[in-house]
Design a binder for this molecule. Structure first.
Ligand code: SF4
Ligand code: SF4
Length: 329
């Protein structure tokens, strides 16, 4: 299995035929096979590089987790996020019926593959020095990183399809929607909630997602009809990795936010959005140097220069379940 890059094409890789050895590796341990596929693509893809910064890596080695698509947590997300938030089974069924034209798909298993792409610490360091808006390198990471994450999803889908399964990446599918609600915006597929279901981390005061590699990252996911073993969720509760909720201390992200969008009560999406789309417009217009790209500059100040930037800032006793502690996790 290999891929080539052809920049002019929408898909910048071609998958050579899957050989018997690769198929055997997949059948022996599909979870490890998928993890390895994601890691290798991230390590070797030229798209995971910042051309404007000496071809530095955009993302470090990813974290990968799996969830059962029929986990009741996904139904609970309809209450917590929005009624239109898809369960994995709903979106996969939609893909079968509307894209593949299969009228009554038989889906004995539905699984979710979620991955966290930790931002190169060198990039976070440049952003940690900033106090009003993002560094140029952070801005490039925001947009080039999203392109890479999308490409990684497409690659994973093609690999799974070559192995006889079907898969969809909800965020880059025609079914993805973002709608306006009273306190901001809501999407019908939340990558962070999916990552939580896949055991990859917990939420935080600034509405980020703290993993064992911290909260300076991007996340993505793919839904498939392949049966995969779900990853354990070892945390005590959905906010266990944030020092503010675990110990009542910290709040460093409150100080870091130039919009005053974070308080003891949480994250104000509208204030944050106003900062991103209005107040930080001058960054895109060249007021802080040339070369900023994208629809908005990126910000991320509350994810850098904070104790949870690269790690979980809470000790194991306070964040892990009894079971996890016994197993020495
Ligand atoms: S800076 Fe502190 S309070 Fe804010 S998200 Fe990180 S751990 Fe939680
Ligand atoms: S992204 Fe920027 S504006 Fe939004 S909460 Fe974080 S620091 Fe504040």
């Amino acid at each position: 299995m290999s891929y080539n890059t052809h920049k002019a094409n929408f898909r910048r890789f071609t998958i050579t035929a899957i050989d018997t050895r690769t198929t055997k590796r997949f059948l022996r341990n599909p979870e490890r096979f998928i993890e390895h596929t994601i890691e290798e693509f991230t390590r070797t893809s030229p798209l995971n590089r910042l051309e404007a910064f000496g071809n530095a890596l955009i993302f470090d080695k990813p974290l990968v987790g799996f969830a059962d698509g029929d986990d009741p947590l996904f139904t609970e997300f309809k209450r917590v996020i929005a009624a239109e938030h898809f369960t994995p089974r709903e979106i996969l069924t939609k893909y079968f019926t509307e894209t593949l034209n299969v009228k009554a798909p038989d889906l004995p298993a539905v699984s979710v593959i979620s991955f966290i792409l930790p931002i190169n610490p060198e990039t976070s360091r440049t952003n940690a020095y900033e106090t009003e808006g993002p560094s140029l390198r952070w801005n490039h990471t925001r947009w080039k990183g999203q392109e890479f994450a999308n490409e990684l999803c497409r690659y994973l889908i093609e690999i799974l399809e070559s192995l006889g399964h079907h898969a969809i990446a909800p965020e880059i599918s025609p079914f993805f929607r973002i709608s306006r609600v009273s306190d901001g915006f809501v999407s019908n597929w939340s990558q962070r909630h999916v990552a939580y279901a896949a055991g990859l981390g917990t939420f935080s005061l600034n509405e980020g997602f703290i993993t064992r590699r911290g909260l300076a990252h991007r996340c993505a996911s793919v839904v498939t009809n392949l049966k995969l073993e779900p990853s354990p969720r070892l945390y005590m509760h959905h906010l266990a990795n944030c020092k503010f909720y675990a110990r009542g201390t910290c709040g460093k992200c409150i100080e870091r936010c130039p919009a005053g969008a974070i308080s003891n009560k949480g994250h104000d999406k509208l204030k944050c959005r106003e900062m991103l789309f209005e107040k930080q417009k001058p960054w895109l217009e060249g007021a802080h140097g040339p070369g900023y790209i994208g629809r908005y500059a990126g910000c991320g100040l509350c994810q850098t220069g904070v104790p949870c930037e690269h790690r979980i800032p809470v000790n194991k006793k306070r964040r892990l379940t009894e079971d996890a502690l016994k197993k020495g996790k």
